[in-house]
Ligand binder design. Structure first.
Ligand code: KDG
Ligand code: MG
Length: 402
């Protein structure tokens, strides 16, 4: 089998997605997600200008060699643009292989290790009361794991707290907006939210929280400690992880489980965190870590240190990434949970897919490949629109973490 062509499709059905379509001489095509939130066109150009010309003529079954060729052959290794581009190619190649062999991708990885993939949903509200109502709605839908975020008294707008509830989209159209942030107010408020949630919902639901890289290590340690009575499933991104050693300090002070890695793009980003057992869950996902080929390597490495996978699954990961991630998660031995922020009906229509939600689990379905397609005619009706995540400043104007 030979790759004959590949093209990059950019579409914005509610939010921007970059999709790679790889064609073969046997009429089979594969799809890969190449979306990098707020930097979409950089990945599109990297693919079209630099990778696709080298891809044509290769055998799609040699996905390992193709991965090594693009990773090692570039000289300039790693980075989100490079790794999302390699990731898109890799996802498309696994899709082609599954279709050619008439089997779902999870069978190529080693088969099902479980019957469904436990997912967590996003419950958020302007205050504790509204967040409690939202958690109640997710529990009623059957979710077994729920991330809770609440507006902070005295802060006008809080990242992670949506206006639209079920279909929250964190990127805003146009150039980046700026939000104000107060760590002091946040640290006082969050324990109150989780105290109220445990009182109302008891112990049967897994509760999660995302600190969005906003805290210093000692502040994160304080938050982890103050949340211990409420037994979180995880506290996510307590501090930026560029300096992996900073997690030592958090770990010395708290037994709240830690999840990190949605911005990681290679195994090197988590090397010390994993080897020193400074985290409990690795958040890296298929597209941003160079596809299934490299994420599998990260997961196997994490498994040696009893760290489980908890893949990123916000709306900026397209249904193509979600499809691939679900096959990966159905197989991966050290599975923890998968994030699931629902895409809008507009997005779902552009990306017909076989996966479905059942009582707190996503089921990938048995369609050969990863089971996600694209309706190109519909996709073409939604041209690219610049959109960015907000930038955060402290109340005195200082540009803060992340
Ligand atoms: O592109 C960035 C978003 O996906 C991210 O900010 C959302 O933190 C997030 C999460 O945990 O889903
Ligand atoms: Mg996050």
């Amino acid at each position: 089998m030979k790759i004959t062509d590949a093209k990059v499709l950019i579409s914005s059905p509610g939010r921007n997605f970059v999709t790679l379509k790889v064609y073969t001489d046997q009429g089979i095509y594969g799809l890969g997600d190449a979306t990098l939130n707020g930097r979409e066109l950089a990945v599109a150009a990297y693919l079209s200008e630099h990778l696709i010309p080298c891809l044509i003529g290769r055998d799609p079954f040699q996905s390992e060699d193709i991965w090594q060729y693009f990773y090692r052959g570039a000289y300039w290794r790693r980075g989100p643009v490079t790794m999302a581009s390699i990731g898109a190619i890799d996802i498309a190649l696994w899709d082609i292989k599954g279709k050619a062999l008439n089997t779902p991708v999870y069978n190529l990885l080693g088969g099902k290790s479980r019957t469904g993939v436990m997912v967590y949903g996003h419950a958020n509200g302007r205050d504790i009361e509204e967040t409690m109502d939202e958690v109640g709605k997710y529990a009623a839908m059957g979710y077994r794991a729920i991330r809770a975020q609440s507006g902070i008294p005295g802060i006008l707008s809080t990242y992670g707290v949506a206006k639209d509830k079920l279909y929250y989209e964190p990127a805003e159209k146009g150039l980046p907006t700026e939000n104000l942030w107060s760590t002091e107010k946040y640290l006082l408020h969050v324990p109150k939210l989780f105290e109220a949630l445990r009182l109302k919902f008891g112990d049967d639901v897994h509760l999660l929280h995302d600190a969005h890289h906003r805290l210093t290590p000692i502040e994160a340690a304080r938050l982890g400690k103050s949340l211990e009575p409420y037994r979180l499933f995880w506290l996510e991104d307590p501090t930026p992880a560029e300096n992996q050693a900073s997690f030592r300090l958090i770990r010395q002070h708290t037994v709240t489980p830690l999840a990190v890695g949605e911005v990681f793009n290679t195994i090197w980003d988590c090397k010390d965190l994993v080897q020193e057992q400074l985290i409990d869950f690795l958040r890296t996902t298929v597209v941003h870590a160079g596809g299934i080929t490299h994420l599998r390597r990260c997961a196997d490495f994490a498994a040696l240190y009893q760290i489980r996978m908890g893949c990123h699954g916000a709306t900026d990961l397209s249904p193509v990434c979600m499809g691939a991630s679900l096959h990966f998660n159905l197989w991966v031995p050290n599975f923890g949970v998968q994030e699931y922020m629902r895409h809008t009906p507009e997005t779902d229509a552009v990306f017909p897919h076989g996966y479905s939600f059942e009582r707190g689990y996503l089921i990938p379905g048995d369609t050969p490949g990863h089971g996600v397609d694209i309706d190109e005619t519909l996709a073409a009706k939604y041209p690219y629109r610049p959109a960015y995540l907000p930038v955060n400043r402290l109340e005195d104007g200082t540009l803060w973490h992340w």
